[in-house]
Design a protein around this ligand. Structure first.
Ligand code: BG6
Ligand code: MG
Length: 226
C-alpha cells in the first residue's frame, strides 16, 4: 500500500520533447554512414545512454565491430549536432502539463526529482527554466549505470531522503519502467499505454494526470502490477 511522497521524472519524452532531436541527430549519423535508421529503430534508443544508443545504431547498420576510439568520435559528432538543435529550445518547449504537475505535486508536499540518463540535462533544464521545481537532480553526469539499471532513481530517492517504496517514477521508455521496478518503485507510464505494458498506471501525457486519482490508485495497493 504505497503512500507516494516523491515523484521522480525522466526528462526526454516526459518533461520535454527532445526525443525528436535525438532521432534527427542519430539519423544524420546513420545517413552519413550509409544506412537507414527508422523511427521504429529509434524506439530502442529511448532512455538508453549515449554510448549504448550508438552501439544499437551501429548494430542496425551492421557496423558492430568498430574500435572504441571511432565509436567515441561518432558519439561526439552526434552530440554536437544534438546540442546545436537544443540551441532553439525555450521555456515553451516544456511538454503540456509538465510545469503544472511539478508545481501541484510540491504544493501537496510531494517532493520532486529528475532521473535522466542525459549528460545534457543541466543545459536542457536551464533552457526550460524548470530546475527550481526539482528538489533533486540526478542525470548522466552523476549516475553511470544506464537504465534499466535503477541507479538513477535510487540516487534520486537517496537525495530526497525517502525510501524507494515512497517513490513513483514517471517514464516514457520501457527501459525506464524496468529501472523503476528494479529499484522497488512504482512506475507511471507516460505515453501510449500499449507501448508501456509494464507500467502500474498510465497517462497519455502529464497534461492528463489527475494527481488525486493516481495517489488513490497507489494508496489502494494497486501498485506493482508485475
Ligand atoms: C535519455 C534519452 O534521456 O538520454 C536517450 O531518452 C539518450 O535517447 C540519453 O540517449 C542520453 O542523452 P545524452 O543527452 O547524454 O546524449
Ligand atoms: Mg524518456
Amino acid at each position: 500500500m504505497p503512500i507516494i511522497r516523491a515523484a521522480l521524472f525522466d526528462l526526454d519524452g516526459v518533461l520535454v520533447d527532445t526525443a525528436k532531436y535525438h532521432y534527427l541527430a542519430w539519423k544524420r549519423l546513420a545517413d552519413e554512414l550509409g544506412f537507414t535508421f527508422s523511427p521504429e529503430h529509434n524506439e530502442r534508443l529511448k532512455g538508453v545512454s549515449r554510448m549504448r544508443s550508438l552501439e544499437i545504431l551501429l548494430e542496425v547498420g551492421n557496423l558492430g565491430g568498430l574500435p572504441a576510439d571511432e565509436r567515441e568520435t561518432l558519439a561526439a559528432k552526434k552530440n554536437a549536432w544534438y546540442v546545436q538543435m537544443l540551441g532553439t529550445l525555450t521555456q515553451a518547449d516544456v511538454l503540456p502539463g509538465a510545469r503544472e504537475t511539478l508545481q501541484s505535486l510540491r504544493a501537496r508536499g510531494i517532493r520532486t526529482a529528475l532521473g535522466s540518463a542525459s549528460k545534457n540535462a543541466p543545459l536542457i533544464l536551464e533552457k526550460l527554466g524548470i530546475a527550481p521545481l526539482l528538489d533533486a537532480i540526478v542525470d548522466g553526469n552523476s549516475a553511470h549505470r544506464a537504465k534499466p539499471d535503477p541507479q538513477v532513481f535510487t540516487l534520486g530517492a537517496q537525495a530526497l531522503g525517502l525510501p524507494a517504496a515512497a517513490c513513483a517514477v514517471f517514464e516514457d521508455a520501457v527501459a525506464g519502467i524496468e529501472a523503476a521496478h528494479r529499484g522497488g518503485m512504482v512506475a507511471v507510464g507516460v505515453g501510449a499505454a500499449e507501448k508501456l505494458p509494464q507500467a502500474d498506471y498510465h497517462v497519455p501525457g502529464l497534461y492528463a494526470l489527475d494527481i488525486d486519482a493516481m495517489l488513490a490508485h497507489f494508496a489502494a495497493g494497486e501498485g506493482r502490477t508485475q
